[in-house]
Design a protein around this ligand. Structure first.
Ligand SMILES: [Zn+2]
Ligand SMILES: [Zn+2]
Length: 233
């Protein structure tokens, strides 16, 4: 079942429109790798001539590389809110399609063997009913014909929303928040390269905490893909 209304402007969708009307689809803040300069580590848009954003200059990341498809702004923020807080999971197919259509080069470079969504804590999963990263990862994985393993990574304790903290506190807040279910990982023998998927990338501290747990379990390369990413400095 396709959603009937545009996720951004609420107008009725035509048959071929997946989650946005034509007008709003044109407003999607796609970060064009040819036209814009991206941080070599996290892919945030930065000034021409620089290679790393300020965050990545200051923090050494655990993951190999991250990639955000869209800029986080009022348009993408609204889409994520519709999904996350209003449970409009019908929009996910369209979102994943747009993400897949704009990640061919990076996916060819990374060659991940499995896809792992950033998990929610079980109590949050129960109240929300679904994991937004999980549903995005699932649809995205189908389009690339890669297995989506949503039981390998577990959120072991509740963390406060990251928006309340600065960089150092963010890290502390997330320390040992994630663990690997070894039994689940063993279902994928020989896997050394994984792709983590989330909805928003801010400083990368969540991705680092996930990557840390995965690397401790023997994964060699961790790549990160996010629907939206903040601006770099
Ligand atoms: Zn619209
Ligand atoms: Zn960066």
């Amino acid at each position: 079942m396709y959603p009937a209304k545009c996720a951004v402007c609420d107008s009725l969708l035509e048959r071929q429109e997946r989650y946005l009307c034509k007008k709003c689809h044109k407003k999607l803040p796609l970060i064009d790798g040819v036209l814009s300069n991206r941080c070599a580590k996290c892919s945030k848009e930065i000034d021409m001539g620089k290679s790393l954003c300020l965050d990545c200059q200051k923090n050494k990341h655990v993951f190999e590389q991250a990639h955000g498809v869209f800029k986080y702004n009022d348009v993408t923020g609204k889409i994520i809110a519709q999904l996350k807080y209003f449970g409009k999971t019908g929009y996910v197919e369209g979102i994943a399609y747009d993400m897949a259509a704009n990640t061919h080069i990076i996916m060819k470079k990374w060659q991940p063997q499995i896809i792992i969504p950033v998990p929610l804590h079980i109590s949050k999963l129960r109240t929300r009913g679904f994991n937004q990263a999980g549903v995005i990862a699932d649809e995205f994985a189908k389009l690339y014909d890669i297995a989506c393993a949503d039981r390998i990574l577990v959120r072991t304790h509740k963390t406060l929303p990251q928006k309340y903290f600065d960089n150092v506190e963010r890290k502390r807040n997330l320390q040992s928040a994630f663990a690997v279910n070894v039994k689940e990982l063993k279902k994928y023998p020989g896997v050394t390269r994984v792709l983590l998927v989330d909805d928003i990338y801010t400083t990368g501290s969540t991705m680092d905490a996930c990557a840390q747990a995965l690397k401790m379990a023997g994964i060699k390369e961790v790549y990160c893909l996010c629907m939206c990413i903040g601006n770099g400095m």
